[in-house]
Write a protein that binds this ligand. Structure first.
Ligand code: IPD
Length: 279
């Protein structure tokens, strides 16, 4: 085993333990009753649980990995080492944890069992470990760079579909009304050309579903790094190609994940529909 692999396995073990405890708290909070508020728009929900779970994740990581940085959906970098009272980290921060405490908050609030704790470890901006856990079903997906993608002990491979007409495509929509109108237009053009569309409501799970072949492909404009990082590695390690359109890398403009034989067909169509531009 190379040193790299040893380090990645250590990070994986930490991520798995943290994801399990975070998922338990997610479910305890739901049983206790949720306080629901809004963020960027009236449709963008946040709960006290989102914040409590992110604080728990930060505490657990600080205990096991005091020098590492943290980027989370609810507090940004605010719960990282500089603010933890620990002062300057003892050693140079190499690892950054990228965390979505509850991806799929709208489903969580409505009791639809499609939401996830998403935890990625990055080194120099490259995701080396990803764990996505659905607290409602107990399903857990994980990947280590170069080590394949796994769910509950089973190695994952994407679907082998290679023509658009037989492709089940997952997608998602932003919270801004103008962006949604544009995204609806893209879907209206796409729907007649593919098998069907799914809108699951949690991007990290969409990417895990691509890894597992539960859907053939996924695309969304406007994702944040915490929605993307862990699921992206899991999809890649299952053999998916993940990127943007017009040769760009995956990012806020577009995240497209598809089996390699399907990728260019879908990317060309989405580019023709301007799925990565506009509001
Ligand atoms: C959202 C979900 C949703 C996607 C949105 C994300 P959140 O994350 O992943 O599927 O369409 O773009 O913001 O707000 O539930 O953590």
């Amino acid at each position: 085993m190379s040193n790299h692999t040893d380090e990645y396995e250590l990070l994986l073990e930490v991520a798995l333990g943290v994801a399990r405890e975070a998922a338990e708290l997610t479910e305890r909070e739901r049983r206790r009753g949720l306080e629901v508020g809004t963020k960027s728009t009236a449709t963008d929900l946040v709960t006290g649980a989102d914040r409590a779970v992110e604080r728990l994740i930060a505490d657990l990581l600080r205990r096991r990995r005091p020098a590492d940085a943290l980027l989370g959906e609810e507090y940004g970098a605010g719960l990282g080492p500089a603010r933890s009272g620990a002062g300057t980290p003892a050693q140079e921060t190499r690892v950054t944890w990228v965390v979505d405490p509850i991806d799929g908050t709208v489903n969580y609030v409505y009791g639809i069992p499609i939401y996830a704790v998403s935890i990625a470890a990055q080194i120099a901006g490259v995701t080396v470990v990803g764990v996505v856990r659905n607290p409602a079903t107990g399903e857990q997906w994980s990947a280590v760079r170069g080590g394949g993608a796994w769910r509950d002990g089973k190695r994952l491979v994407t679907s082998q579909v290679d023509d658009l007409g037989r492709c089940l495509v997952a997608t998602g929509f932003g919270y801004d009304a103008a962006r949604r109108a544009h995204q609806a237009g893209v879907v209206a053009q796409l729907l007649p050309r593919v098998r069907d569309i799914r809108r699951l409501g949690a991007a990290s799970l969409d990417l895990c579903y691509v890894a597992e072949g539960r859907v053939d492909a996924f695309f969304e404009r406007g994702l944040n790094l915490w929605d993307q990082a862990a699921g992206e590695l899991i999809a890649i390690e299952a053999g998916a190609r993940v990127g943007g359109l017009r040769g760009a890398a995956a990012g806020p403009d577009m995240v497209l994940a598809a089996p390699p034989l399907l990728y260019d067909q879908l990317a060309d169509l989405l580019a023709a529909l301007d799925a990565d531009t506009g509001p």
